[in-house]
Design a protein around this ligand. Structure first.
Ligand SMILES: [Zn+2]
Length: 494
């Protein structure tokens, strides 16, 4: 049995003006071809790592094609996408003409990829692979919890399997599940069929954390449904509201064994339950000052503020300034902001050198929505070229690069200024600069939830904050052009 593996992955925020370029794919996690994929991702906690483990378990041959992932950002430039896709498909065709047909394909995709002129990027790549392999060979796809699923992609794939965790820590597990399913399909043990139920609702990030109420109850229901006779896999996607596409929104996908009526009924059953409970996935915004007051009143430190409206992990520019300004205005001590994206200030800091003071206008340069720059007279505490190793649980063992970076400090407020658009998934990078997050009292992270997997271990309290920024969670403020339906709670009020 020979299974081709690979993927082109991106979470695209169409409200962000910066386009996603080839360089964004090549930096970030990088672009890997053929055997490089095996060398890089064997044992790694990502879906393709799970595909490789599945190959070992089942004894199938993996045919690694191309795998790439750009950090979330704006629309993908059309030619960049086309050239990546063409290379992917060409590698598949070359492999087949050299060594014979593959038996199936496992794709590691995100689910909210948008390309200039292609609203459903994931559907497009699945359909392109389908054109090469024809209708009979299985294509099984793994997707993030934040996919905007379309009927088109469901029609093109044999099965779609989404993450069950947020913060996402089950990527390798889902990859293994996909490998198990493709082997069972090719062995003739099962015949996967799918049903999609779309749900027109905005799902607030603090209500998506799968280990906590209310989301834990939903995940229990997902797992219960998966135990039912004839059900192979159940996926809930909370959607990605910052991609303005016709299929934006939450959804349920059920994969059943050779029974589309059963798949339909199960998707509707769970979809109806989610819809009936729609008020539970919505929560009121918290201002920066409210969050600090609440944290101080609780007295448990460090107080970790999640600046989710400027989550670089979701494609936001990462240079909004409200929290940094508030920390300085309140003269907080042992306070740190992770991170502010500002290459200009980094140039200044590197030119000045460690120990020197610089007068810098920090952040607020990408878009007026991000707030004005913060004028600082700051000391350069340390500098970095940006290399570090994730210490998990997310991406444990993988290396990352924040680009040229600097730790600046004014009074007792610190800010880590970086070049790369990547969220602080843990304190690992700050530690390379000399900052011990565990000893801080106030930590702001430009992340929505992924930081939890690492920061929860030592945080006194975690509060999601609605500071002014492009990826606002006040969904009524987002100016959609392509969203087709009325959504709860913006147009549908109750
Ligand atoms: Zn996600």
């Amino acid at each position: 049995m020979r299974i081709a593996i690979g993927g082109i992955s991106h979470e695209t925020s169409t409200f962000v003006k910066t386009p996603t370029t080839r360089n964004d794919f090549e930096s970030g996690f990088g672009l890997f071809r053929g055997q490089q994929i095996i060398e890089r991702f064997t044992g790694a906690n990502i879906c393709v790592g799970g595909f490789i483990e599945g190959a070992k378990k089942h004894g199938f041959e993996v045919v690694p094609l191309l795998w790439t992932f750009a950090y979330p950002s704006g629309l993908i430039v059309r030619e960049v996408y086309e050239s990546l896709k063409n290379e992917f498909l060409q590698r598949l065709k070359d492999e087949e003409s050299a060594n014979g047909a593959v038996d199936g394909v496992l794709l590691d995709l995100h689910g909210a990829m948008v390309v200039e002129g292609i609203d459903d990027g994931d559907g497009d790549i699945i359909a392109s692979v389908r054109e090469v392999v024809g209708p009979d060979r299985p294509i099984i796809v793994t997707q993030d919890l934040h996919g905007n699923h379309s009927q088109f992609r469901v029609d093109q794939a044999d099965a779609i399997i989404g993450f069950d965790t947020y913060p996402h820590i089950d990527m390798a597990e889902r990859g293994r599940e996909a490998a198990d399913l493709i082997v069972a399909t090719l062995s003739g043990d099962v015949n996967p069929v799918m049903a999609l139920r779309q749900l027109p609702l905005f799902w607030n990030v603090p209500c998506q954390v799968t280990a906590l109420p209310p989301m834990d109850e939903l995940i229990r229901r997902v797992h219960d449904l998966e135990l039912r006779e004839g059900i192979l896999s159940v996926t809930v996607a909370t959607g990605f509201p910052w991609a303005d596409v016709p299929d934006m929104g939450a959804s349920v996908i059920v994969v059943a064994d050779d029974d589309s009526t059963l798949a339909r009924a199960a998707a509707d059953e769970l979809g109806d339950w989610i819809w009936e409970n729609r008020h539970r996935w919505s929560c009121p915004p918290t201002s920066v000052r409210e969050a600090i007051e609440k944290g101080v009143a609780g007295g448990e430190y460090p107080i970790v503020l999640a600046d989710h409206a400027d989550n670089t992990g979701g494609g936001s520019p990462g240079d909004s300034t409200e929290i940094l300004r508030t920390f300085l205005d309140l003269q907080l001590t042992d306070a740190v902001v992770l991170y502010v994206v500002d290459p200009e200030v980094i140039e200044q800091a590197h030119a000045a050198g460690v120990g020197k003071r610089i007068a810098a206008s920090v952040g607020g340069k990408s878009d007026p929505i991000q707030g004005p720059p913060v004028d600082m007279n700051a000391q350069v505490m340390s500098l970095s070229d940006g290399d570090f190793t994730y210490d998990g649980p997310m991406y444990a063992g993988l290396t990352g690069n924040m680009g040229r970076s600097a730790w600046l400090q004014q009074d007792d407020v610190s800010v880590v200024v970086v070049t790369a658009h990547e969220q602080p998934l843990g304190p690992a990078f700050a530690r390379t600069l000399g900052i011990e997050c565990e000893k801080m009292k106030y930590i702001a992270v430009k992340s929505a939830a992924h930081f939890r997997a690492s920061f929860e271990k030592f945080a006194g309290v975690i509060i999601n904050v609605d500071a002014e920024a492009i990826q606002t969670h006040d969904f009524a403020k987002l100016k959609y052009r392509k969203r087709q339906r009325e959504f709860y709670p913006v147009e549908i009020k109750s």
